[in-house]
Design a protein around this ligand. Structure first.
Ligand SMILES: NC(=O)c1ccc[n+]([C@@H]2O[C@H](COP(=O)([O-])OP(=O)(O)OC[C@H]3O[C@@H](n4cnc5c(N)ncnc54)[C@H](O)[C@@H]3O)[C@@H](O)[C@H]2O)c1
Length: 433
């Protein structure tokens, strides 16, 4: 976010997001823009390393410190920095609490947190209390109690807290958001999304040995939507959640757990120790969320059956529908044939969001990670609000625990209002700058 003024305007080839949002309370528009920011990365595994690579391509970023449980992973991150012609960052690597020493000793402007899920909230709270912006990998926290602590710490310290939900920044999703804000879909009534991503053979388990990796423990011990934020990220802006509307309840249900055992037996044989374990996690979780204004959202967790990747985003209103999986849209009074799909791509180009003013496709995840991180870094430089705030981070993350409670009770569960009533007056914000 280059400047803090908000305007709806049309630039060459890009459409700025429509609508005027009020500044979130964290905004500090009077601060001088910083030219360089000092960044620390805690957790330099797969995702942390990818963040380091992207950060090295963003102007004005100085990676000064890295922390991991494994020395070689942190050293690898430091090698990347040196190979890019930068100073070698200081390495912090003793135990799972060494991040505290890093936050204490380094004068950071922001910290990227890409550790295991159970440490995200504590590190982010530690950062905010030291005046450091946290950019937290998904989910921001695992329990509603920890989420409230994130919200309260952010409010108390005035430090914005952003969950790094990259799919909110996808080019197609942002174009759909522009169209929604122009009223092209009419009043929004219903959305659907999924995280259909077979991760059993690489992220949850080692595909050579079948050994459990750290996320697999969650499949053994919980039955819930383990990973809702990628699918819900773009939807909360499409549905104006926390800004004019709010989720009121969630009702989740899960299938039996068949996929993990079937995969283990198929790949490693019936006698593999992980082939006969009893996994609590059902293969498909379906959650229905209701909003105060009468909208509904259906989310599917789907990460342990063999299938191609899909997010199946769908946005439906009184004037039309966008279907990501079909790469199609239908707009009443606009589409050439009555009730017939037309291709999405021309709309994506026409209503391109200005964050996608260049081709970033050489970067990770087709450029989406770069767009997200550069917006986060711009916010840190400006000491202004982050593009995803603590309330949106809270709503996305809360689905993890709440879906599990709902499955266990076989009943709807109330959804907390993390804004404490501010949703009634908050104006649309994401993507408007
Ligand atoms: N947004 C995306 O597209 C995306 C993709 C993959 C992973 N992720 C998220 O990124 C996070 C990390 O996942 P990953 O796949 O990189 O896992 P990983 O196992 O590859 O890396 C995690 C790293 O964190 C380190 N770590 C754990 N606890 C620590 C602590 N207390 N202090 C210092 N280091 C610690 C581990 O040693 C490990 O190297 C997770 O939250 C995951 O959900 C997001």
């Amino acid at each position: 976010m280059k400047n803090i003024s908000r305007r709806g305007f049309i630039e060459k080839g890009t459409v700025a997001t429509v609508g005027i949002g009020s500044l979130p309370s964290f905004s500090n528009a009077m601060n001088e823009q910083k030219k360089t920011v000092k960044v620390g990365v805690i957790g330099t595994g797969g995702r942390g390393t990818s963040h380091i690579s992207n950060l090295l391509t963003i102007e004005g970023v100085e990676i000064v410190a890295l922390c991991d449980l494994t020395q070689s992973k942190a050293e690898n991150g430091a090698d990347l920095c040196q190979s890019a012609g930068r100073n070698r960052p200081t390495i912090y690597c003793k135990d799972e609490n060494t991040w505290k020493e890093l936050l204490e000793k380094e004068k950071l402007d922001c910290v990227i947190i890409a550790t295991y899920w159970d440490s995200h909230a504590a590190i982010a709270i530690g950062a905010m209390t030291k005046g450091i912006y946290p950019g937290i990998e998904v989910p921001a926290a695992l329990t509603v109690q920890d989420i409230w602590q994130l919200v309260e710490t952010s409010e108390k310290t005035g430090i914005p807290c952003m969950m790094l939900e990259n799919w909110s920044f996808r080019q197609d999703n942002l174009a759909a958001l522009n169209m929604k804000r122009l009223g092209m879909f009419g009043e929004i009534v219903h959305c659907h999304c999924a995280h259909s991503h077979d991760c059993i053979d690489h992220w949850f388990f080692d595909n050579k040995t079948g050994e459990k990796k750290w996320p697999a423990e969650y499949l053994l011990n919980y039955n819930r939507d383990q990973y809702p934020t990628h699918s819900v990220g773009p939807i909360i802006s499409w549905m104006d959640i926390n800004r004019g509307d709010i989720f009121t309840e969630i009702f989740s249900t899960a299938t039996a757990s068949k996929g993990i055992n079937a995969y283990m037996k198929r790949k490693f044989g019936n006698d593999h120790p992980n082939a006969n374990l009893k996994y609590k996690q059902g293969d498909i979780v379906t959650s229905v969320l209701k909003t105060k204004m009468g909208k509904t959202l259906v989310i599917n967790y789907d990460m342990q059956l063999p299938r191609p990747y899909s997010n199946r985003w769908l946005l439906q209103g009184t004037l039309g529908v966008y279907d990501e999986e079909k790469a199609s849209t239908y707009l009443e009074d606009k589409s050439p044939e009555y009730n017939q799909w037309e291709p999405w791509k021309p709309y994506e180009a026409k209503y391109n969001h200005k964050w996608w003013s260049a081709d970033f496709s050489a970067q990770s995840h087709g450029g989406t990670d770069y767009v997200m991180l550069s917006q986060f870094i711009d916010a840190v430089k400006a000491k202004g609000p982050t593009p995803i705030d603590v309330y949106d981070s809270a709503v996305m993350s809360a689905i993890v625990e709440l879906s599990g409670i709902s499955i266990q009770k076989n009943a709807p569960v109330p959804f907390p209002d993390f804004t404490k009533g501010k949703w009634k007056t908050n104006k649309p914000y994401f993507g408007i700058d």
